[in-house]
Design a binder for this molecule. Structure first.
Ligand code: MN3
Length: 243
């Protein structure tokens, strides 16, 4: 299939870019020429110690995420129409992209989106329990925070090989749902918003936890920034185009 963006596509891309600009918390840098950029880590690599070690954070952000950004830019370099699209549209409209770059955009664009979300929902002043509307939604849809964590961790340990565990918000019912996806796939590829997620690739935990993924999944709750997750929940309910 040939990818031919029509005028509406370009305009909706522009509208999305403007919407993102109006919500700087979720903004992802993309140059005028369409090049995607690595977002800065919003805290020091050691800030999540002892639960996630500084070396893992530095490599994960500076090497792994940077490579996804670089390889995404490489894949789209010769495709002007694709370069004009915001990341969110790239992922939602994968089947419309030229077949020669579809897999590279899926893997590296997905990696860019997933990691950008990941850094933003963790922090040094984190842990504890959710509050406000997101807490109420977790109680409503999972029967409490402990049951939610148990379900989320089970999805993480159950993912064979590399992948992610996500919480999405069903667009029609508004219910929260936990799902795990392989590789760098994201619910954004199905047009579903991502509330939060955890990376269960070995590179996310192996230096400190080796093969003990379940231990990493348990420890991770200590670095979840529920205020950030609450802001994402409000943005999703507001219909904002967040990554
Ligand atoms: Mn990763």
């Amino acid at each position: 299939m040939t990818f031919r963006p029509d005028r509406r596509c370009v305009l909706s891309g522009l509208a999305t870019a403007l919407a993102v600009a109006a919500a700087p918390r979720f903004a992802l840098a993309q140059a005028a020429g369409g090049a995607h950029a690595l977002p800065a880590l919003p805290y020091e690599p050691a800030a999540l110690e002892p639960h996630i070690d500084a070396q893992t954070m530095a490599l994960h952000h500076g090497k792994h995420h940077q490579a996804y950004v670089d390889n995404l830019n490489k894949a789209i370099a010769d495709h002007d129409a694709v370069r004009a699209m915001p990341l969110r549209d790239l992922l939602r409209r994968l089947p419309e992209l030229p077949e020669s770059i579809r897999t590279a955009v899926r893997n590296n664009g997905g990696g860019h989106a997933n990691h950008s979300m990941f850094w933003s929902i963790m922090g040094p002043k984190a842990g504890g329990a959710p509050a406000g509307e997101v807490a109420a939604a977790i109680d409503r849809d999972f029967g409490g925070f402990d049951a939610f964590k148990t379900r989320f961790n089970a999805a993480g340990t159950g993912r064979f090989g590399s992948g992610w565990v996500f919480v999405t918000v069903d667009p029609s019912s508004g219910r929260l749902e936990i799902l795990s996806l392989p590789n760098q796939d994201t619910p954004l590829m199905d047009g579903r918003p991502v509330l939060m997620g955890n990376d269960v690739w070995e590179h996310a935990y192996y230096l400190k936890y080796q093969n003990r993924r379940a231990e990493y999944l348990n420890a991770w709750w200590n670095v979840v920034d529920w205020a950030a997750v609450g802001r994402r929940y409000a943005a999703i309910r507001n219909g904002d185009a967040i990554i």
